[in-house]
Design a protein around this ligand. Structure first.
Ligand code: CA
Length: 657
């Protein structure tokens, strides 16, 4: 049948000396450009000698209803145009490389896919918008330091029978209001809203590999750090993964519901590696190009997952920038958390930040400032924590305060400041000033950082736990098994107080406000729901901890002194008060810092198991926080130059004299 192949359909492939010699396509029409009158498909595949475009009636199985040879076009791209309405058609690309036909893939730029993401789908995106989507606005955000993040897996919120949520494990589960547990406590979206956080950070919710979307009636769980299609929502969280429009619409409904309830939405993005390597959407189209390699030609592995992408290459950089831009515009996403950001180069991350802030300056970008293995990318070019000051409007997680508070995540029995380890005070102090430059922090006594790595406080994510490693409650149960539950609750509350009064961006792992446990499991990335799901009975059981967290968040939001915008302001207003005993951190925030209504604030943190007498600035102080209680009108007063604080306790005091 295919006797005569035109020269356009079978191209002479130039011999490129290196990936840097590949032609770069600057256009913004890669993938599918759809209208009811026309569908144009463009694929960048500069090393292919031929490309086929297959159409299918179904998401899985069967044979192509039509196969078309794409035409070689400009700068390494291939083009096929159809002057008809292709809405609903599934499609794949297939490249011929070195004389061999590769696997069929949806292509890197797919915006809609069917079951398991193996075929892309032609979808008119304008038909996926829920009602009133066009007028859905991002909730107001005055300054980045106002951000309080709640890190959540879509499935964890609703899976438990006691969540009272109807759409269990689904995007739509995040749209249900006023759901309650059997004990009557608010759950789900209403719980998050009541808690008072400003942003919900969703663990990977782009299309990932590990959950089989064709058998969702069986229990399956994965965190989702194994990307398959970057520009498509994950199908297992949709009510129907087969119809590409459904996951898009339901994702938008989720964003809309969160926005309507004053919550911004952050996506966890994993551009640093792909779930598959040889068979990924990238590698089947342009073998090798999107990845870094060792000198022997093998895939390098800074991700610890079998490969690492090459953000410094023009078409990978362009891909990342266009992908986040797409999510911010099409889905109104308000922030991006970059997994293993240290694998990416600084130039790419700054372009990401600039592109997003051009859409809306309040879109927030942060990431893990480290890698999970060595990389061929030169150290000086990596977007690691130590280089945060070279990143523009991008924050990094502070492992300094995290491990200072509870001990190293790699030494499960090690204690930290809140659990009774002396000598971690400088780590905690460095966290309190959000990793900025401050004359009273001796950087040589900070365990990890070699210098102040944040140029401004909004570049630091202050946290004590996240989805990785043990939950805070499990960690304390391991490191402090000699202490009873009451004592460990004090440690948890002291940690929460420290995080929520620190400068910078506050970050909470979902459930930390009700002593979340994974029954001691450290890495639950594919553990069953029974381990991962939030157990809403704990909200009633540990109501005191929940209520305390909620009130601390409210206190932070009322008092701008805890959210100073600049390093200079922190230097001017925040002063540590040296103590003789170990296990104490005491500081004041003076003179209506950041226009706070409180003139002077005193924060006293005691990590010791017993009561301590601490030196304080001489004045008449009103106690606003003590022993798990929060009351701005005053829990008592303190006068003089010292006070006594009970063991494992945080006090916040103020005066207006
Ligand atoms: Ca998937």
């Amino acid at each position: 049948m295919m006797m005569a192949i035109s020269c356009q359909e079978e191209a002479e492939v130039p011999q490129y000396q290196s990936y840097e010699d590949y032609p770069v396509y600057e256009g913004n029409d890669l993938g599918l450009t759809y209208s009811p009158e026309q569908s144009a498909f463009r694929l960048w595949a500069p090393t292919a000698s031929a490309v086929k475009l297959h159409f299918y009636e179904h998401a899985l199985g069967g044979t192509p209803s039509k196969t078309t040879r794409m035409e070689s076009s400009e700068n390494g791209t291939w083009l096929a145009t159809f002057n008809e309405d292709l809405q609903g058609i599934y499609y794949t690309f297939q490249t011929k490389i070195d004389g061999e036909w590769q696997l069929e893939v949806p292509g890197p730029y797919a915006k809609a896919v069917g079951t398991n993401g193996v075929r892309a789908q032609v979808i008119d995106l304008s038909t996926t918008n829920p009602e009133d989507w066009e007028t859905t606005l991002r909730p107001r955000l005055k300054a980045p330091n106002d951000i309080i993040i709640y890190e959540l897996h879509v499935r964890d919120l609703s899976m438990n029978a006691n969540s009272g949520i109807q759409h269990k494990g689904k995007y739509l589960g995040l749209t249900e209001l006023n759901t309650v547990s059997p004990g009557g406590a608010l759950t789900g979206l209403s719980h998050i809203k009541d808690l008072g956080v400003t942003h919900v950070h969703l663990l990977p919710s782009f299309d990932y590999l590990s959950v089989d979307e064709s058998r969702l009636n069986e229990p399956q769980f994965n965190w989702g750090y194994d990307p398959q299609n970057y520009n498509v929502p994950e199908g297992s969280y949709a009510t129907n993964p087969e119809d590409g429009a459904v996951r898009i619409r339901e994702f938008k409904q989720m964003v809309q519901a969160l926005h309507a309830n004053g919550l911004r939405v952050i996506m966890d993005v994993v551009y640093n590696h792909t779930g598959d390597t040889e068979t990924s959407v990238f590698n089947q189209v342009v073998p090798g190009y999107y990845y870094r390699h060792n000198e022997d030609g093998s895939f390098s592995n800074a991700s610890g997952c079998g490969n690492e992408t090459a953000s410094e290459r023009s078409m990978m950089r362009k891909f990342i920038v266009e992908s986040v831009t797409y999510w911010a515009e099409e889905y109104k996403i308000d922030g991006f958390r970059f997994d293993l950001m240290g694998i990416h180069d600084i130039k790419t991350m700054n372009q990401v930040s600039q592109a997003l802030k051009a859409i809306d300056p309040s879109i927030f970008v942060y990431g893990e400032g480290w890698t999970a293995g060595d990389s061929p990318l030169a150290e000086e070019d990596r977007a690691i924590k130590a280089h945060t000051y070279r990143l523009e409007g991008i924050a990094a997680f502070s492992d300094d305060i995290r491990d200072g508070l509870k001990g190293s995540v790699f030494e499960r029995e090690q204690k930290g400041f809140v659990s009774g380890e002396p000598g971690r005070e400088e780590d905690v102090k460095f966290g309190i000033i959000a990793s900025t430059d401050h004359p009273q922090v001796d950087i040589h006594r900070v365990s990890y950082a070699d210098g102040p790595w944040a140029k401004e406080p909004s570049q630091t994510i202050s946290y004590v736990s996240c989805h990785d490693n043990h939950t805070l409650w499990d960690r304390l149960s391991i490191s402090n098994k000699e202490d009873n539950e009451e004592e460990r609750i004090k440690m948890q509350m002291l940690a929460l107080t420290t995080v929520l009064t620190s400068q910078g961006i506050s970050f909470l792992h979902a459930g930390v406000e009700m002593l979340r446990t994974k029954e001691g499991e450290e890495n639950s990335y594919k553990s069953p729901d029974a381990v991962n799901q939030l157990d809403w009975s704990r909200k009633a059981e540990y109501h005191k901890v929940y209520e305390y967290t909620r009130l601390l968040i409210a206190l932070r939001k009322i008092h701008p002194a805890f959210r100073m915008p600049t390093t200079e302001m922190i230097k001017t207003h925040l002063a540590f008060i040296p103590q003789e005993e170990e296990g104490l951190v005491v500081y004041s925030i003076k003179d209506h810092a950041n226009l706070d209504e409180w003139k002077n604030i005193l924060v006293v943190l005691n990590g010791n198991g017993d009561a301590q007498e601490v030196k304080i600035p001489t004045a008449d102080w009103t106690i606003a926080v003590n022993e798990g209680e929060v009351d701005e009108t005053g829990l008592g007063t303190v006068s003089g130059s010292s006070l006594t604080i009970s063991g494992r306790n945080a006090m916040i005091l103020y005066n207006n004299d």
